[in-house]
Structures are given as C-alpha cells and as structure tokens.
Design a protein around this ligand. Structure first.
Ligand SMILES: [Zn+2]
Ligand SMILES: [Zn+2]
Length: 377
C-alpha cells in the first residue's frame, strides 16, 4: 500500500515547504534514535519520517508523489529505495539538523560546541496570600534557594590557586567518538565525553566550598510586588530571577504560583465578591439601617420595608480591582433573615397579639412552648 507521506508528517496536502520542514523537524526530534534508545517503534517511525521528508522536500519527487500519490515507482520512476548506508542520501538533511544544536550533537560526524552558554533553570515558588492581599496587592519578600557561582572558586570548581585541566579523554573537545548502529547503518557518532561531562576540562583539586561543582545553593530574598486583583491559580513570571546561566548564558525565570486563602465572610468570583448579611426579621419587615461588610470596611445601607430573605444588594465598585484595566468589580450582599431561637414570655405575648392582628390561624392559648410544657407536666 502506498504510504501517505503527508499523514506521516501530520500535514494536509497543501502544506507549504516551510510547514513540511517544520513538521519534519518536530517529529525527527521526537523519534530520533538518540532520544529513544532501544525503542524499535521509534526507530521505525523515524525511518518513516525521513522517508516522507526525502520525498516531500524534493520538488521533483514531491511533484511526482502529489500527482500519483504513490511510491510504487520503485524501480521505474527513480524513487528507489532509501539507501541508508549511503550517507550521500542525507545531503539535504544536514542543514536542518544544524539548527537543532546539541540535541543531534554530532550525529553527522561534525564536532559540535557543547561548552557554549547555557540558560539557567527556571524556578517555581508557591506563594500563599490572604484574601485581602490578593484583592489589594501586597509587597512580599520571599526566600528562595538558587544554585549560584561559588564565591571561593568563582564558579570554576577548582581550588583557589589551581585551575581546571584539559580533559585527557576528549582532549578538551568535550566529545568522544563512538561507533553507532542505527537504521541507517553503522557510523561513527559523537557523544558527550563521560569523563568531563562535555566541559572539556577536569578538576584535579576541587574547591572545598562547592566540592568542585563551581556552584553552591544560596538563599536569596526576593521582593515582589503582587498586583491588586491576582487570583488563586495565577502565575507571576519574574524574568531572569531563576538560576543563573552557565558560561555566560541567560538566567532562567522564577514563576510565582499564587494560592489564595479562603475568607470567612467573603467569596470571590472573578472580580465580584459575594457575602451574606444577617438581618433580624423585625428589620426585614420594618426596614432600617444595616451595615454591609466590605473589604474597605462596613458600608451603611438603608433596608427598605418588607425586604425578603435572599434579596441581593449590589454595591457597585466594592469588588476586586481589575488586574487588567481600570475599575473594580462589585459586591453582592445576600440578605439572610434571622429568626430568634429563644424569646421571653413578654415577646411571646406580643407575637401572639401580632399573630391575631395578622389573622394568623394559631392556637391562641397553646403555643408550641405551652404544648411542650404540657408534655412534661
Ligand atoms: Zn567553589
Ligand atoms: Zn572530556
């Protein structure tokens, strides 16, 4: 059966040259034998990807393939099998692999620079904030640990007064040649020197402060201005605050993961805040002044006569400041009508009179309390 080279590269038929190249690079990286040692399936897949790319990257072969949609030209159309023992067949590949840097390190026999600058690692920090801190923003000093250059050896790893020596195994190149067997046949590949780990240098007399690593774990205090309006689950990136780069590389970033503690009174949904306001049943009926709690302090509010349980009062602009753009969300206060659990006899009498006034059909003589009394007498 003819193979669908576009499908193999995860593309559709009108993919551009650039898309073909980019898809190939992505897949080749994923299934490269160096990254999948001993994985037959990856090896097969890699072979297939290469085959597809060989055809689709060659204008003549591609035109032929596009027209006939098949590789059944073997032996007649000049597609031929892919002779992987012949390195010449790789011709067009090397320029692509060039950009892939040290992932493919020296697969084609070229020596690659492994001792260049390397970006520092990214770090993460989980920061817990109170509800108010998240709403209004806060300045926080956090403590992190970073691997930084050792002060004693200034990052060389060698004891002061000594210096690292050129690695005798790789003669300072950081790489050694190894015979490799791959689906393309057997060839010499270059890998990182295991003696110097690619550094090209070895340390005979290690620095005692860092044990020869050149780096030590240091505590750092970093001040962060948390902007008003951050929410649970937000991440604040601090560029360049991760671990320092190696050999002059860029430093990594520090990611602050925000966790917000719940509030006993308030609940937050985006930039709006929700809360409940307890109101006596008398005030709900008669209306009157109540206090609504907000994050900026209590707000006076005049409750209208006959306020119903569950009624919502909206306080505009009393919510959370918007992280992007101006203004604040709103606060929604839900009225919770409270019914007294215990009343004295005078109150009971008054309520009975009130019940009468309302024409409420209750046993005038025997309220619930009277009946309970009867039960135990
Ligand atoms: Zn040191
Ligand atoms: Zn070495």
């Amino acid at each position: 059966m003819a193979k669908d080279y576009y499908k193999i590269l995860g593309l559709d038929r009108n993919a551009t040259d650039e898309e073909i190249k980019s898809a190939f690079r992505k897949l080749a990286l994923k299934y490269h034998p160096d990254r999948n040692p001993g994985n037959k399936e990856a090896e097969e897949k890699f072979k297939e990807i290469n085959e597809a790319y060989q055809v689709l990257s060659d204008p003549q072969k591609k035109a032929q393939y596009d027209q006939f949609g098949t590789t059944d030209f073997n032996g007649q159309g000049g597609f031929g099998g892919f002779d992987f023992s012949n390195f010449g067949g790789f011709g067009g590949f090397s320029d692509i692999f060039d950009d892939l840097g040290d992932i493919f390190g020296g697969m084609f026999g070229q020596r690659r620079e492994r001792t260049g600058p390397k970006r520092g690692a990214d770090l993460e920090y989980n920061l817990e904030l109170t509800f108010e801190e998240a709403v209004f923003g806060v300045k926080k000093d956090i403590e992190i640990y970073r691997n930084e250059d050792c002060d004693v050896c200034h990052g060389t790893g060698a004891k002061p007064g000594t210096s690292p020596k050129t690695c005798d195994k790789c003669h300072g190149t950081g790489q050694v040649k190894v015979q490799k067997n791959t689906p393309f046949g057997s060839f010499v590949s270059v890998t990182t020197c295991d003696k110097c780990h690619g550094e090209g240098k070895v340390i005979d007399t290690p620095c005692t402060n860092c044990g020869g690593k050149g780096r030590v774990r240091k505590k750092k205090i970093i001040s962060i201005n948390i902007p008003a309006g951050v929410d649970n689950g937000n991440t604040i990136p601090l560029r360049g605050q991760g671990e320092p780069g190696i050999r002059g590389g860029m430093p990594g970033d520090l990611y602050i993961n925000i966790r917000v503690k719940p509030h006993p009174k308030f609940e937050r949904r985006g930039t709006d805040i929700f809360c409940e306001v307890p109101v006596s049943f008398i005030k709900a009926i008669l209306g009157g002044e109540i206090k609504i709690p907000t994050l900026d302090g209590d707000v006076q509010h005049i409750l209208s006569e006959g306020t119903q349980p569950g009624e919502i009062i909206k306080l505009k602009g009393k919510g959370v400041p918007k992280l992007r753009g101006a203004g604040r969300g709103d606060l929604y206060a839900k009225i919770k009508v409270e019914i007294p659990k215990n009343i004295n006899s005078k109150q009971r009498e008054l309520l009975k009179k009130l019940a009468e006034e309302f024409g409420e059909d209750i046993d005038k003589k025997k309220t619930f309390a009277d009946k309970v009394k009867d039960m135990f007498s």
